[in-house]
Design a protein around this ligand. Structure first.
Ligand code: ATP
Length: 305
């Protein structure tokens, strides 16, 4: 705030016409002094965290759209070592759940618990260290594969990097690259690393942080079928040692999740395993039939589309 105030003062001194144009200094200081919506951080930073998350009857409205609640009494649970998939139409509130989990906003009603304690009672840096988010826009740098993975945690050892890459099903293709982990990533198309491989590198980068909660936000929607299958294998890897929240548009991504939650307009419409939901014959089953993505296969059969 001090730096911002000084910057504002410099603008005021140097550009009086600018100040007049934007209506005087009061508005600016109003802006500078504006308080964030989130209350001060808590003090909890336990040595061991299970990563058990519970959203309990969460009601949430974005501050800019006070008349339109986005989550309307949502309850959701992420269990350690399990993959929970969140599906639902665009605008149902999937990404909003992630923003609340990352504590960018606070719910107006209900609560979000982490290992039984309110999310806001933890230290911010601690929460940041426990939660890794891989999104569609995860950016890789024009540096080596090694630097890109270790960007997740720069004090990680090479062994930890190999382990994260193995979990992300990336170790084999990286080892086969001309310079292995020292191969440079080209950000443009036509480089040595494909889109699906880049995503698995992004997953390795998230896993090297050894998070207790891993969020995969729509990570495969831009990929071709073959790459998508490989990314699924990485995501649906039983040995990923944390609670996984998988946000997906395509139902084919979620069939192997332990638990699937179908959202509609900020509420849970139905939930259960893939097989349970198909048997129920509700919205999920309808969507699965419409998408015709091989959902009628028996459980345990390889998902390859
Ligand atoms: P998609 O699948 O398209 O990503 P989603 O299920 O993730 O959708 P959200 O992004 O959570 O849905 O959006 C839920 C609702 O909240 C939408 O109506 C959206 O317009 C609104 N919304 C999302 N982000 C904000 C924001 N920062 N400020 C105000 N409204 C927002």
């Amino acid at each position: 705030d001090l730096q911002l105030s000084s910057a504002v003062e410099v603008v005021m001194l140097c550009y009086p016409s600018v100040m007049r144009a934007i209506g005087g200094s009061e508005k600016i200081f109003e802006y500078v002094d504006r308080q964030p919506h989130v209350p001060p951080e808590g003090t909890l930073a336990p040595q061991k965290l299970e990563g058990h998350v519970q959203f309990k009857n969460v009601i949430f409205t974005y501050p800019t759209r006070e008349d339109t609640p986005v989550l309307k009494g949502l309850s959701l649970e992420l269990r350690p070592g399990q993959i929970t998939a969140l599906v639902g139409a665009s605008g149902a509130g999937k990404s909003t759940c992630v923003s609340l989990l990352e504590r960018f906003y606070l719910p107006q009603e209900g609560e979000i618990l982490l290992d039984g304690q309110p999310l806001h009672s933890y230290k911010n840096q601690y929460l940041h260290d426990q939660i890794s988010v891989v999104s569609q826009e995860s950016v890789l740098f024009a540096r080596s594969v090694k630097e890109n993975i270790k960007y997740g945690r720069d004090d990680a050892t090479d062994e930890e990097m190999y382990r994260a890459a193995e979990l992300a099903k990336a170790h084999k293709f990286i080892s086969d690259l001309p310079n292995g982990y020292d191969t440079g990533i080209c950000r443009e198309k036509g480089g040595q690393v494909s889109g699906g491989q880049k995503q698995r590198i992004a997953i390795a980068r998230a896993l090297i942080r050894q998070p207790r909660i891993l969020v995969l936000d729509d990570a495969t929607s831009n990929l071709d079928t073959e790459s998508e299958h490989l990314v699924h294998q990485a995501l649906l890897n039983d040995s990923i040692p944390c609670s996984v929240l998988l946000i997906a548009h395509k139902l084919s991504t979620v069939a192997k999740a332990n638990h699937i939650v179908v959202l509609e307009e900020g509420k849970v419409l139905e939930e259960g395993s893939h097989v349970e939901l198909l048997e129920k014959g509700g919205t999920y089953a309808d969507l699965a039939n419409k998408q015709n993505t091989g959902f009628q296969r028996k459980e345990g059969e390889e998902l390859n589309n």
